[in-house]
Design a protein around this ligand. Structure first.
Ligand code: PPE
Length: 303
């Protein structure tokens, strides 16, 4: 990763190398952090952040779920993000807000731990590779089940990613690009860092949030754009067979954007290359984030 000049920490622009924390930080020991991933894009009207307010609101909900008192409002955080992008002279890039428990408590009751808030920005290219975006990726269904919804509040919490990391590493070590995780009932949940869509006979399906997947903003944007374009998009519980019999499968996420899947468990999906609805989803999404398609101006927040 290419460092940028500043990291925003609790109201200050701190030089990149100086944005460090103590080894006794609660979050290091117990995974007590919540975070976001956001992208800024270059548009004809300058840099715009995709769904910035939505992401900062989700950060607040995640913090609330884990009882972390965030001292910065959504407005404070959106303003800080824009200032940071400008200070780092980034015209596009990835934005990582992170709220975590630092010093003041050790042991499982972090009531007195200091809550730290930081925002980091950097350049991040195609999450699953340029080739993946163009030709599709190869995935496997993980042997690791996604954490059950009744064991954790559905939030973007750092600690819960240790489960996704097991799945991701298992997949990569077996020669695949990404893992698809099932929930405890065997229903398709999501990728290690993306939501999933399945196209079957012209209809687009995605699992409901209740299976335990993240309520992704890219998922919501892509479903909305496809519906606007005349496609039927249905939330339905999907199982492994639905993947094998799909005509098309694609993943969505801030980092992954819209990434086609060409193979699952060594079985080609459709003809083994990105299908027409996947390509249409990519087109609509890319045009929206770069301001060329203006049907949802509320999603672009200009710097
Ligand atoms: N599910 C998971 C588990 C997930 O981590 C993400 C985002 C999504 C779905 C998609 O959500 P959204 O970005 O709102 O569309 N994953 C973030 C972190 C990736 C990482 O490797 O770190 C991201 O894409 O920024």
């Amino acid at each position: 990763m290419e460092p940028t000049t500043y990291i925003w920490m609790d109201g200050e622009m701190v030089p990149w190398e100086e944005a460090t924390v103590h080894v006794l930080s609660h979050a290091l020991h117990y995974g007590t952090g919540v975070f976001e991933g956001i992208r800024a894009y270059q548009t004809e009207q300058g840099t715009a952040v995709f769904r910035l307010t939505d992401h900062m609101e989700r950060l607040h909900r995640s913090a609330q779920a884990y009882q972390m008192e965030l001292e910065w409002s959504v407005e404070d955080l959106t303003k800080a993000t824009k200032e940071l992008l400008a200070a780092n002279e980034l015209v596009d890039g990835y934005i990582r807000p992170l709220v975590f428990l630092e010093l003041g408590a050790i042991g499982l009751n972090p009531a007195n731990a200091r809550v730290r808030t930081s925002i980091i920005t950097w350049r991040w290219g195609a999450y699953l590779g340029e080739e993946g975006v163009r030709d599709g990726i190869r995935v496997r269904v993980s042997s690791w089940r996604r954490f059950p919804n009744d064991s954790f509040p559905n939030a973007k919490a750092t600690g819960t990613y240790i489960n996704s990391i097991l799945a991701k590493r298992e997949a990569v070590q077996a020669g695949f690009d990404e893992a698809i995780m099932l929930n405890q009932d065997g229903a398709i949940s999501e990728g290690s860092g993306e939501n999933i869509f399945v196209v079957s006979r012209g209809t687009v399906y995605t699992p409901p949030i209740s299976v335990g997947c993240l309520d992704g903003f890219t998922r919501d944007a892509v479903a909305t754009l496809l519906r606007d374009d005349g496609f039927e998009v249905v939330e339905r519980v999907l199982d492994r067979t639905d993947l094998y019999y799909a005509d098309e499968v694609f993943l969505t996420g801030t980092a992954a954007e819209v990434t086609p899947v060409r193979e699952i468990d060594n079985r080609p999906i459709g003809p083994g290359k990105p299908g027409p609805i996947t390509q249409r989803a990519q087109e609509l999404f890319n045009a929206t984030v770069t301001g060329k398609l203006t049907t949802h101006p509320e999603w672009l927040e200009h710097v």
